[in-house]
Design a protein around this ligand. Sequence first.
Ligand code: FNR
Length: 192
Amino acid sequence: MKLLVFAGSTRQQSFNRSLARIAADLGRGAGAEVTLLELSELDIPMYNADLEARGTPPDVIRLKEILDAHPAWIICSPEYNGSYTGLLKNTIDWASSPVAGHPVWADVTRPFADKVVGMLSASNGALGGLRSQSHLAPLLVLLGCWLAPRNYALARAASAFDADGNLADAAQREQVRGVVDQVLWAARRLAA
Ligand code: FNR
């Protein structure tokens, strides 16, 4: 099973990028073929339909290809003002916008339909960014994703990671594992 993991932050010391690395490790441990995508590696501007009309940026096509190639995703979503980040919204908006006349990407259902998605979040706040997930969930469902019922929000993230970027508390790591395992289980069932 091919598992894609990415975070809605490009911050150097991002808690959500740390969580994404842990989820990726757990995915590998569970036998998945894992891609850890750094959104900073994609050259994607703010969405603008005029810009799109002049030609979809090459990295948007690359993003669509990466998303499409993975039946299972884990999204690590930071919380800004009670919601998910502009980066995540912009990434999803571009990825969901069909490319007129394109043999593959004119299909409005791709690359979101039938992906199995698990949500994680991390914040130094007491809710661990959970409210970002409550906004992200309906967006993903709208686009045709199957959302894993299990999720996890890591609270007090500033003190949760050790010097190597691992979760110091084994119980928290097990929560992340629970989400990763459920996503892989569901994606395998859907593919069967
Ligand atoms: C935040 N932050 C934040 N945290 C939170 O728990 N609830 C919130 O509503 C907000 N709102 C918010 C708005 C804006 C504009 C910023 C810049 C930040 C804090 C934020 O979650 C924190 O910086 C995280 O560390 C961001 O995630 P990464 O970059 O560590 O993955």
